[in-house]
Design a binder for this molecule. Structure first.
Ligand code: AMP
Length: 470
C-alpha cells in the first residue's frame, strides 16, 4: 500500500511520493544542547526514529539528517551563568544527548551536523539573500525582510494581520517588526566568527537551511520537528530557502509531533516540569518508554502519568513472555494442528493490519493493537498444546521480532536476559538436576535463588522466574 502522510502545510493526508523515486531525504530539527534532554525530546525523537524505521522497512533509501544547535542565546546565557566557554558547554551536552539517543535505541540518523561547523555555508546563504534583495544589513546585524516574501505565513496558516501580532526580536533598526535575524553582530562575551558584515554569529533559523541545503539540496522530501517549531522557526526556514532557490516547495511533507504534557502544560526546561531521559532510564528500560510513547499517535499530545508508563511496562512484559513461551515449547516437525493452521492465517492478518496502520500516517497505536492481538491468539496455543510445529514457531518469533523491531521493542533475547549470568547458570544447573531427578539438590538451588530474591516457577512451558516483591 502507498504510505499516506498528514502534511502540516496542506493540513491533509497525502500519498507519499518522494522527489527521487525510492530515495528519501529527511531533515529533523535537532536539540539546542545547553542542558540534559528530557522526556519531551524523547517523545519527538522516538517518533521520527520509528518513521525512519518504517520508511526503510518499506524499501525506501532514506537519508536522515539532524542538525545540532550549538550556537544559540540559551547556550550563551547558560555558559555565562556557569562561567564556561559556550562551545565547550555545548559539546558536553551534545555528548549526553548522543548517549541518551543510543540508550533509547534511536539509531536511524545518518548524519548529525553542528551549526558551528557550517559557518561558511551560513554566510554564503545570507550573502545570496542580500544579493537577491530579501535581506538587509543594519548596525546590529543582518535581517530577513518578511515583506519581500509573499508566502510568509503559509505553513502556520496566518494572514498578514495575524502575523503582525508577533513581536520577534525587537530592534529599532528593523524594517518590519516580524523580520528575523540572519546574522547577529558580536556582543561582549559571545562566540563569534568573521563575516562580510563584521564579527558575529548566525541566527537560529539560517543554521538549519544552510545545513539542509548542503546535504539534502534546495528541495527535499520530509522536514520534521515538534509542533512548537511551526512558527516562527519552520516558517522562517521556508522564507529563507525558497527565496534563495526560487524553487517551491522547499519541502514536500511537513511533519510535527504533539507535545508531551504535564498537567496540561508542555514539558519544558523553562517550566521546570521535566524529567530527564537519563533519570527516566534509571527507573524504566528503553523499551518500556518507547512503548509508552508509541501507544499514542505521533501528532497527538501525550499526558504524562507514571501510571501509564507502569501500564506500558506490564504490557511489554506480557508481550515478551509470549515470545519466550514460544521459544520454550517443545518443537515438532510434523504437520500443523487445526489451531496452528488458524494461527498461521492470523500471523498474516496481523502483519497486514500492522502494515496498513503504519502506512496510514504512521498510526503506531493501531499497529501495536495488531501485535498485541497476535500475542493474545498465540497465548491460546499454550492452553491447547504442549508442543508446537517448529516452522510455525520460527515464523511467530520472526514476526514478533521484525514488527516489534520497527518500534524498537522485543529486541532482547528474553525476559531472562536481564538476569545476571551467575543466576542464569544456577537456573540452568537446577534444570539439569531435575532431569536427573536429583530433587534435593534442585531444591537447594531454588532456596539459594530465593535468598537472592528470585522466585522460580515450574510451568508447562518451562521454568519462569520473577523478582520477590519487597
Ligand atoms: P529544543 O532542544 O528545545 O529545541 O527541542 C528539540 C526538539 O524537541 C524540538 O523538535 C522540540 O519541538 C521537541 N520538544 C521539546 N519539548 C517537547 C515536548 N514537551 N514534547 C514533544 N516535543 C518536544
Amino acid at each position: 500500500m502507498t504510505i499516506r502522510i498528514y502534511n502540516s502545510y496542506t493540513r491533509k493526508k497525502e500519498d507519499f511520493k518522494p522527489i527521487s523515486n525510492k530515495k528519501v531525504r529527511m531533515f529533523v530539527c535537532g536539540p539546542t544542547v545547553y542542558d540534559f534532554s528530557h522526556l519531551g525530546h524523547a517523545r519527538t525523537y522516538i517518533a521520527y526514529d520509528v518513521i525512519a524505521k518504517w520508511l526503510r522497512y518499506k524499501g525506501f533509501d532514506l537519508f536522515y539528517l539532524m542538525n545540532i544547535t550549538d550556537i544559540d542565546d540559551k547556550i550563551i546565557k547558560r555558559a555565562k551563568e556557569n562561567n564556561e566557554d559556550p562551545i565547550k558547554l555545548a559539546r558536553r551536552f551534545e555528548e549526553y544527548f548522543f548517549k541518551d539517543m543510543a540508550s533509547l535505541g534511536i539509531d536511524t540518523i545518518n548524519l548529525y551536523a553542528r551549526a558551528s561547523e557550517h559557518i561558511p555555508e551560513i554566510i554564503d546563504q545570507i550573502k545570496r539573500l542580500i544579493e537577491k534583495g530579501f535581506a538587509y544589513v543594519t548596525k546590529t546585524g543582518v535581517y530577513f525582510d518578511v515583506s519581500k516574501f509573499e508566502d510568509y505565513g503559509k505553513l502556520s496558516h496566518q494572514d498578514p494581520e495575524e502575523l503582525k501580532r508577533h513581536r520577534i526580536e525587537p530592534d529599532p533598526n528593523k524594517r518590519n517588526e516580524q523580520d528575523f535575524s540572519l546574522w547577529k553582530r558580536r556582543k561582549e562575551g559571545e562566540p563569534y566568527w568573521d563575516s562580510p558584515w563584521g564579527e558575529g554569529r548566525p541566527g537560529w533559523h539560517i543554521e538549519d537551511t544552510a545545513i539542509a541545503e548542503k546535504y539534502l539540496g534546495q528541495q527535499y522530501d520530509i522536514h520534521g520537528g515538534g509542533a512548537d517549531l511551526i512558527f516562527p522557526h519552520h516558517e522562517a526556514e521556508i522564507a529563507q530557502m525558497e527565496s534563495v532557490s526560487g524553487k517551491k516547495p522547499m519541502v514536500r511533507y511537513w511533519l510535527h509531533t504533539g507535545f508531551l504534557k504535564v498537567k496540561g502544560k508542555k514539558m519544558a526546561k523553562s517550566l521546570g516540569n521535566y524529567i530527564t531521559i537519563r533519570d527516566a532510564l534509571k527507573k524504566y528500560d528503553a523499551e518500556t518508554l518507547r512503548l509508552f510513547f508509541l501507544s499514542t499517535y505521533y501528532r497527538s499530545p501525550i499526558d504524562f502519568y507514571e501510571e501509564k508508563i507502569e501500564q506500558a511496562k506490564r504490557a511489554l512484559e506480557a508481550l515478551q513472555r509470549t515470545v519466550d513461551n514460544i521459544k520454550e515449547l517443545n518443537k515438532r516437525v510434523d504437520g500443523l494442528t487445526e489451531y496452528e493452521k488458524t494461527l498461521e492465517k492470523i500471523i498474516e492478518e496481523s502483519r497486514r493490519g500492522f502494515e496498513d496502520a503504519m502506512d496510514d500516517d504512521f498510526n503506531t497505536p493501531l499497529a501495536l493493537s495488531h501485535l498485541f492481538n497476535l500475542a493474545r491468539e498465540v497465548n491460546k496455543l499454550f492452553n491447547k498444546q504442549k508442543d508446537v510445529n517448529k516452522r510455525l514457531a520460527d515464523k511467530l518469533i520472526a514476526t514478533f521480532k521484525e514488527l516489534g523491531g520497527i518500534f524498537g521493542l522485543l529486541q532482547k533475547e528474553g525476559i531472562n536476559e536481564e538476569l545476571p549470568e551467575e543466576l542464569r547458570m544456577l537456573i540452568e544447573k537446577r534444570k539439569i538436576l531435575k532431569e536427573k531427578k536429583d530433587w534435593k539438590a534442585a531444591d537447594e538451588i531454588r532456596k539459594r535463588l530465593e535468598d537472592l530474591g528470585i522466585i522460580l516457577e515450574d510451568t508447562p512451558q518451562g521454568v519462569k522466574w520473577k523478582r520477590k516483591s519487597s
